[in-house]
Design a protein around this ligand. Sequence first.
Ligand SMILES: *[C@@H]1O[C@H](CO)[C@@H](O)[C@H](O)[C@H]1NC(C)=O
Ligand SMILES: *[C@@H]1O[C@H](CO)[C@@H](O)[C@H](O)[C@H]1NC(C)=O
Ligand SMILES: *[C@@H]1O[C@H](CO)[C@@H](O)[C@H](O)[C@H]1NC(C)=O
Ligand SMILES: *[C@@H]1O[C@H](CO)[C@@H](O)[C@H](O)[C@H]1NC(C)=O
Ligand SMILES: *[C@@H]1O[C@H](CO)[C@@H](O)[C@H](O)[C@H]1NC(C)=O
Ligand SMILES: *[C@@H]1O[C@H](CO)[C@@H](O)[C@H](O)[C@H]1NC(C)=O
Ligand SMILES: *[C@@H]1O[C@H](CO)[C@@H](O)[C@H](O)[C@H]1NC(C)=O
Ligand SMILES: *[C@@H]1O[C@H](CO)[C@@H](O)[C@H](O)[C@H]1NC(C)=O
Ligand SMILES: *[C@@H]1O[C@H](CO)[C@@H](O)[C@H](O)[C@H]1NC(C)=O
Ligand SMILES: *[C@@H]1O[C@H](CO)[C@@H](O)[C@H](O)[C@H]1NC(C)=O
Ligand SMILES: *[C@@H]1O[C@H](CO)[C@@H](O)[C@H](O)[C@H]1NC(C)=O
Ligand SMILES: *[C@@H]1O[C@H](CO)[C@@H](O)[C@H](O)[C@H]1NC(C)=O
Length: 561
Amino acid sequence: MLMSSLVLPGLLSGIALAQTTTYFAPGVPRQTAIPGDYDGQYRPRAHFSPPQNFMNDPNGFHRDGDGLWHIYYQLNPVEPVAGNQHWGHATSEDLYHWTNQKIAIWPFNSTTYVYSGSAVNDPNNTSGFFPDQDNGLVALYTIAASGGLQTQNVAYSRDGGYTFETYADNPVINVGSTQFRDPQVTWHAPTEKWVMAVAYSQEFAIEFYTSPNLVNWTAVSNFSHYGLLGLQYECPNMVEMPVEGTSNGTSETMYLLYISINPGAPLGGSVGQYFPGTFNGTHFEAVDSAFRIADFGKDNYATQFFSGVPNNERQVSMAWASNWQYTSVVPTGDTEGWRGQMSLPRYNFLRKLPQLGGWVMVSEPYNIQAVFSEELAFENDLGNSSVLADYLTVPSGALYFEANVTGLTDETLVGTLNFTFTSTISGEYVSGGTFIGTDTWMDRGHADGFENPYFTDKFSATGIYGGQGRWRISGVIDRSIIEIFVNGGEQSMTNTFYTNQPLDTVRIAANGIAEGATVSVGLWALEDTWATQANANGTVLGNTTTSGSSATSGNSTFLFH
Ligand SMILES: *[C@@H]1O[C@H](CO)[C@@H](O)[C@H](O)[C@H]1NC(C)=O
Ligand SMILES: *[C@@H]1O[C@H](CO)[C@@H](O)[C@H](O)[C@H]1NC(C)=O
Ligand SMILES: *[C@@H]1O[C@H](CO)[C@@H](O)[C@H](O)[C@H]1NC(C)=O
Ligand SMILES: *[C@@H]1O[C@H](CO)[C@@H](O)[C@H](O)[C@H]1NC(C)=O
Ligand SMILES: *[C@@H]1O[C@H](CO)[C@@H](O)[C@H](O)[C@H]1NC(C)=O
Ligand SMILES: *[C@@H]1O[C@H](CO)[C@@H](O)[C@H](O)[C@H]1NC(C)=O
Ligand SMILES: *[C@@H]1O[C@H](CO)[C@@H](O)[C@H](O)[C@H]1NC(C)=O
Ligand SMILES: *[C@@H]1O[C@H](CO)[C@@H](O)[C@H](O)[C@H]1NC(C)=O
Ligand SMILES: *[C@@H]1O[C@H](CO)[C@@H](O)[C@H](O)[C@H]1NC(C)=O
Ligand SMILES: *[C@@H]1O[C@H](CO)[C@@H](O)[C@H](O)[C@H]1NC(C)=O
Ligand SMILES: *[C@@H]1O[C@H](CO)[C@@H](O)[C@H](O)[C@H]1NC(C)=O
Ligand SMILES: *[C@@H]1O[C@H](CO)[C@@H](O)[C@H](O)[C@H]1NC(C)=O
């Protein structure tokens, strides 16, 4: 190999990326958010989706010093298919009500793309970019240039993440590779250094770099050929998170390295896997050689954890809820002018579950109660019976449900709990269920609005009874996406689905539950988090503040597809 492991900026940058100009695609608003119509039948109302056109990977996720959550995302602002990558931007106080912001990072010409990356606050001004502030934000991301070269680049924001200036001496890492991307940066306090994880996609290596200042990076180790390889590694994320439920009750943290695979997932296309382990400032070491699948559905990819959440707190993440096998042909593009949505925000921590391979990343919806609008049903003791609810009049069409079986013993792990969401007009349905103590399944094969050979129907995952007398299932259905959680998130399944007619009725049923066990069920409507922002024409304008004197205003002729 030609590359030395110590990469100094400039030395290897054979191709000079002149970044003095910025390319603004014709018709795309520059100083204001892109407007969006969130009324469509398929538009999730409690999940984030882009105002128009195409969204994929999470980028630059962070919580700022004021507690505001920022997401950036891969955005093609001109077509509902991948390409022409920019960083779209949105902010939220609760991770459910999002304010669309203007595009944050633009490419510098029409054949150069701003790929995925991360963002960190630099409170100590280690970068030197921030003369008089402690809330400076630094983004690190891949630039894919014409010819295919992929390099790591820096931009910084002095206004809290709304606008960025590109660093004058980009790229900060150039190893001459065309498959080298998605830098994720985190602060390692014990060594007082920044640490970057970045993927050599086709060489199946996650390379770690360290830096004192976010611009001079030294390669220090590789984590390579671990777990599922698929055809490419992408979007590494290393994060420290609590281990809960340890026997002595003390709180402990561990590192977790998350790697996305595409293509080549066991179910086809895209998937996320993770490795619990340790990190000593230069080397990540997995606890064992096993890989662990993060989500058993088909639409959960490129998870990113928010920077700015203390290591001893549950870490917060969202994933791109789609799959590269069919994301560019799902029907939302033709009928509603957008494609791609994020998963629900999730809390994540590790739990010791010896029978599930030692450590499991538990993921459950982040404070979902914040968007409950109405209790639709609650049964303390369902018995072997069912709850039926009509939710045609729920404006969001989005629901949260949960069912707990308690009073179980090792001898009474029998019976099932099923859910079915139906359209009374077309008879289409989405269903699933759990066998107490073992498997949970889901079936999207009776939603008839989309046919595709890769859009497989049925999914399942095996859980383990924890010996505490209970078995739980919960989930969120939101017009064209469903997420299911078993035992508070020990397993999760994220799937999109496309019905011809809206679903409007739900049945949750218990069958064969043993005597002595009790089933409780709750069902809540979720708020339409976008409706409150829509104007009289139903358009969500997002942030229309124009800032700076050069504000030539958005292009008012920008039309919906
Ligand atoms: C964009 O910039 C790259 C790198 O400088 C250059 O090779 C390419 O020709 C440029 N493309 C256009 C359309 O200007
Ligand atoms: C505004 O958008 C239209 C339609 O895409 C385009 O023709 C025009 O050049 C744009 N104007 C500016 C100032 O970007
Ligand atoms: C940040 O670093 C720059 C460059 O070293 C320096 O000029 C500036 O005074 C620093 N600002 C603060 C607040 O430390
Ligand atoms: C900032 O500086 C303090 C004091 O030296 C240190 O404890 C902390 O880890 C630093 N944090 C970052 C993100 O630079
Ligand atoms: C850090 O990188 C910059 C260019 O990005 C260079 O000017 C400077 O000399 C480097 N510093 C060190 C300590 O390598
Ligand atoms: C990591 O692996 C890549 C790809 O094989 C290689 O180019 C690079 O030099 C390695 N880095 C280190 C620090 O060993
Ligand atoms: C608690 O357990 C953790 C690991 O399981 C261990 O690191 C820690 O030392 C233990 N603490 C006490 C007080 O025993
Ligand atoms: C980190 O771990 C690696 C691999 O085990 C080892 O070579 C290195 O010396 C360790 N560094 C420190 C600071 O302990
Ligand atoms: C739930 O579905 C499974 C699988 O189809 C079935 O065996 C079970 O009887 C169903 N339970 C109820 C309550 O409908
Ligand atoms: C299910 O159990 C969880 C955890 O104990 C509890 O918070 C929730 O209220 C229960 N839900 C129902 C419907 O009983
Ligand atoms: C709604 O659309 C009409 C027709 O395009 C326009 O005149 C009106 O200003 C719009 N209203 C709002 C609140 O945007
Ligand atoms: C709108 O964007 C500006 C920066 O362009 C920012 O300062 C302001 O906080 C944003 N307002 C809202 C409500 O997000």
